[in-house]
Design a protein around this ligand. Structure first.
Ligand SMILES: Nc1nc2c(ncn2[C@@H]2O[C@H](COP(=O)(O)OP(=O)(O)OP(=O)(O)O)[C@@H](O)[C@H]2O)c(=O)[nH]1
Ligand SMILES: [Mg+2]
Length: 356
């Protein structure tokens, strides 16, 4: 396999402009061979943080912008259509460059998956930023440093952002649950900013689990509205059964209670769930704990902050090493839990994209 790789960093066939990255010792030499600048010739060595306009390939070629983003990194910004992108990548492949291995399901990424693949799937700018840091080697460098240390110093630090790493592509799952008519659907709509799910004053309105993809403070969250939990029959009972499955799979259950009925309202939920009073605008008693009104929006920013601080109490600073897939997070955690050094080293070696 060639030591220089070409990968598409942007989603395939979605944007007007695509970014193709060439990374490795031959990146600049190949750029000089394949790229014809509209102005002066390219310098002999890459000048960082500069870009050049020109065409790529023989004949008419495609008009592109070339950027030097690192000593051994070049980006080609070309038109975004699938064919153009494929053609640009083919130009590099014809010169002996390789593509990183294909991956399918983001859930089942192996240790050797380059972050460039995940970057295409990143749902928010914030997660894309974290993945870009790893693309530029933050995680790989940190793993090599740990491996180079006789007592594996830094291994605990490496697992610090494991949970964030699990959710750069796959959202955190939040279930909105509670008794009928407390305003669960209203709350989902308030958080989503539009009428995603049906609201009515008839208890038992929501029958199906309805999900919406959101970003809280730049972290991807999938919010699911569920049927109010009570003893019921028929279609409603089916919805309740579905709700229980959603709850079982959720990373966090927000247990909603009717604040207008406090303190009589029954507190419920399960250990680890986040209790929340809704209808705070109707409350006659002071509400203890988190309280919102889905109707007026009061308390909603505090609720979002509470959810974010549960999931990401310690956000990674720019440039931090993050095990950037569920698979890598699991291996780093296993390595830090390993009792003998040999086992830890074997697990860590496995996460490197390039041997050595
Ligand atoms: N005043 C006030 N009314 C609210 C608030 N939230 C919801 N409601 C009202 O409460 C009623 C029930 O709201 P829903 O959002 O449908 O309640 P739900 O919990 O989804 O109900 P089910 O799907 O039946 O379990 C509706 O009439 C809403 O307009 C609130 O914060 N303040
Ligand atoms: Mg509802």
């Amino acid at each position: 396999m060639s030591d220089t790789l070409v990968s598409l960093l942007t989603p395939n066939g979605v944007g007007a402009i695509a970014t193709v990255e060439v990374h490795g010792p031959r990146a600049w030499e190949l750029a000089r061979t394949l790229f014809r600048p509209a102005g002066k010739p390219l310098p002999g060595a890459p000048e960082l943080h500069r870009f050049w306009f020109g065409t790529l390939g023989e004949g008419a070629g495609d008009e592109v912008i070339l950027a030097a983003t690192g000593e051994s990194r070049v980006e080609v910004h070309c038109h975004g259509g699938r064919r153009v992108v494929r053609w640009v990548i083919d130009q590099f492949l014809a010169s002996g460059v390789c593509e990183p291995p294909e991956v399918g399901d983001p859930q089942s990424l192996g240790g050797g998956t380059p972050p460039a693949r995940l970057l295409q799937l990143a749902p928010t700018l914030r997660t894309a930023g974290v993945l870009l840091d790893q693309l530029h080697g933050a995680f790989e460098v940190a793993v090599r440093q740990v491996l180079a240390s006789p007592d594996l110093a830094g291994l605990q630090e490496l697992r610090r952002f494991a949970n964030v790493g699990r959710h750069l592509v796959t959202p955190w799952k939040v279930a909105i649950a509670g008794p009928p008519n407390v305003g669960k659907s209203s709350l989902v709509n308030s958080l989503a900013g539009y009428q995603r799910t049906v609201v009515s004053d008839v208890p038992g309105t929501t029958r199906d689990a309805v999900s919406v993809q959101l970003a809280f403070d730049g972290w991807p969250v999938e919010l699911t509205d569920t049927a109010g939990l009570r003893d019921a029959e028929g279609l409603e009972a089916e919805g309740i059964e579905r709700a229980r499955r959603v709850l079982a799979e959720a990373d966090l259950v927000v247990w909603v209670m009717d604040g207008s009925a406090a303190p009589v309202a029954e507190a419920g939920g399960s250990p680890g769930s986040l209790p929340l009073w809704n209808k705070a605008d109707l409350a006659t008693e002071p509400l203890i704990g988190l309280a919102v009104s889905a109707t007026t929006g009061q308390g909603i920013p505090e609720l979002v902050a509470a959810i974010v601080s549960r999931f990401v109490p310690d956000p990674p600073p720019p440039g931090a090493a993050v095990p950037y897939s569920p698979e890598l997070a699991a291996r780093v955690e296993a390595a830090s839990a390993a009792t003998d050094r040999g086992e830890a080293v074997r697990l860590l070696r496995d996460v490197l994209t390039q041997p050595g």
